[in-house]
Design a protein around this ligand. Structure first.
Ligand code: FAD
Ligand code: UDP
Length: 374
């Protein structure tokens, strides 16, 4: 055998595992179907601005082991995510906090905000939330649901809030304090040199072949013969030729442009929460690094990306697994098939069909490394 491990996918999961395997003295080959490494956290430099090509990524975690781990490879700035919601020109603070409640209802104290939410929850008659709509109303009331959640969620998932699992909205904090920090995390930031640098350092000294799709029958035949152990981080249903039927994913189309203005929207992230604007949000990339270059000079011009969410079809990039009941049970059937593939480990967001953030991905890759490599 030529390689102890064949790793399919050079995203964060594959790269962390590759790093650990190499460190343990194993021989490793990484195959990547795109023409670059990094998976969805890939960033590219456009005239000094680090552009998040596959969607905005903000690193946040409460896991000190993971934070210490990534800081061994790159340094992080102190970016704090504070998106703004734009509902037909009305601007609201996110996540839902006292600034949001004050703007929505004119309430001033935490008690007044809590009373308002409770009044709206009661009026809607919700006791045990069964879906995203009921969960949202019970957390923040009907007004916020109608203006800041309903339209955005329908655009993002292409499904009514009544058809979506409650857990999706529980990702967002609800606070009775004046705090626009989007995440409840002890550690947060963006790598000062971009995420691609993190992946480059993780894969330093490791053989990587880009433009190589493992599922191409010829490639698969060639490389399966060279190893006894494969880590597959692509779509689990694609690995099995979708033989039980395709899993559903959401895809995203990014319309990115460079503008001559130095400040387009004054914030890295602005969500368009109405149902009519066709995109979900606009990212202005320079604000992830404070719009300055390494010498503190203001960066000229700006790069923005409009995000359009779409149902995934074969050939598109899969971004989000659709974890509704139907797809979760189809995934469980694929997982059963996966258990019979003794040579193969399935990992990562696509391999496990889960809505994982970066820190969870790193934690899982480290756990896997410990299990596999001792
Ligand atoms: P991926 O990054 O998808 O990597 C998989 C790799 O495998 C890809 O490079 C792919 O090309 C390759 N591959 C697939 N199939 C094959 C094949 N057959 N042959 C060869 N190569 C193959 N997380 C956060 O913590 N904070 C955020 O702010 C955040 N924002 C996000 C925004 C968006 C729009 C999205 C979609 C995700 C976001 N995430 C965020 C989650 C984050 O992107 C993931 O946790 C992380 O990228 C998952 O890494 P991965 O290696 O599992 O998957
Ligand atoms: N959400 C919303 N309005 C917003 C932002 C988020 O309704 O302005 C909902 C939406 O359903 C989304 C979920 O909250 O899918 C989780 O948001 P998050 O920002 O965590 O999504 P991400 O883009 O990180 O996957």
């Amino acid at each position: 055998m030529m390689y102890d491990y064949l790793i399919v996918g050079s995203g964060l999961f594959g790269a962390v595992f590759a790093q650990e395997a190499k460190k343990a003295g194993k021989s490793v080959l990484v195959l990547e179907k795109r023409d670059h490494i990094g998976g969805n956290i890939y960033t590219e430099d456009v005239d000094g601005i680090s552009v998040h090509k596959y969607g905005a990524h903000i690193f946040h975690t409460n896991d000190k082991r993971v934070w210490d781990y990534v800081n061994r490879f790159v340094t992080f700035n102190r970016y704090t995510n504070s998106p703004v919601a734009n509902y037909h020109g009305e601007l609201y603070s996110l996540p839902f906090n006292m600034y949001t409640f004050n703007k929505m209802w004119g309430v001033v104290t935490p008690q007044q905000a809590a009373d308002k939410i409770e009044e709206q929850r009661k009026a809607a008659g919700i006791t045990e939330p069964k879906n995203l709509e009921e969960q949202a109303i019970s957390l923040v009331g009907t007004d916020i649901y109608e203006k800041l959640i309903k339209g955005y969620t329908k655009k993002q998932w292409g499904r009514e809030c009544t058809e979506l699992p409650a857990f999706i909205i529980k990702r967002l904090p609800v606070r009775l304090t004046f705090d626009n920090n989007y995440f409840n995390a002890l550690y947060q930031g963006i790598p000062t040199e971009g995420y691609t640098k993190l992946i480059e350092r993780l894969l330093e000294g490791i053989e990587v072949k880009c433009n190589t799709d493992f599922l191409d029958p010829l490639v698969r035949k060639e490389y399966e013969a060279k190893t006894d152990r494969i880590l597959f981080t692509g779509c689990i249903d694609a690995y099995f030729g979708q033989k039980l039927g395709p899993l559903a994913y959401r895809s995203v189309r990014f319309e990115t442009e460079k503008l001559a203005t130095d400040n387009f929207q004054g914030n890295a992230v602005v969500n368009y929460t109405d149902g009519e604007t066709p995109y979900t949000r606009i990212i202005e990339h320079k604000w992830f690094t404070f719009g300055k270059d390494e010498y503190g000079n203001d960066l000229k011009g700006t790069v923005i990306s409009r995000e359009y969410s779409a149902e995934w079809k074969n050939g598109d990039e899969p971004y989000y697994p659709v974890n509704d009941e139907k797809n979760n049970s189809l995934y469980a059937a694929y997982e059963e098939l996966a258990r019979q593939e003794e040579k193969v480990i399935f990992g990562g967001r696509l391999g496990r069909y889960r809505y994982y953030d970066m820190d969870v991905i790193i934690g899982e890759a480290l756990d896997l490394a410990q299990k596999e490599l001792g």
